[in-house]
Write a protein that binds this ligand. Structure first.
Ligand SMILES: [Cu+2]
Length: 106
């Protein structure tokens, strides 16, 4: 009897720790900005992941998606941006509009 109760409690604990449809743990991906260009944007991004923008260039840049985010990137700076919404987000550098990229978040 006592053992059965304990087993039941264990099952509930395990179920709470691993809900159905659980995704992998959030991850942090790095996007390098250098030579007036955004580096490769990693695929497979999910809500809860973090993009770390790293500016290795000598110029001030930004990662700007109108209505969604606007990250200022002074030379040598890095900034973390947590992904809170799914969708496709085209972005530019507002100082160099030829610099473009797109984040796809699931
Ligand atoms: Cu720029």
């Amino acid at each position: 009897m006592r053992c059965a109760r304990l087993a039941g409690a264990l099952l509930i604990t395990i179920a709470a720790a691993a809900p159905a449809g659980a995704k992998s743990a959030p991850r942090t991906v790095t996007v390098i900005v250098d030579k007036l260009a955004f580096g490769t944007i990693p695929a497979g991004l999910h809500v809860g992941d973090t993009v770390r923008w790293v500016n290795r260039d000598l110029f001030l840049h930004s990662a700007t998606s109108s209505g969604h985010f606007d990250i200022g990137l002074p030379p040598g700076a890095q900034r973390n941006m947590r992904l809170t919404r799914a969708g496709q987000f085209a972005f530019i550098c507002k100082y160099h509009p030829g610099m473009k990229g797109k984040l796809t978040v699931q």
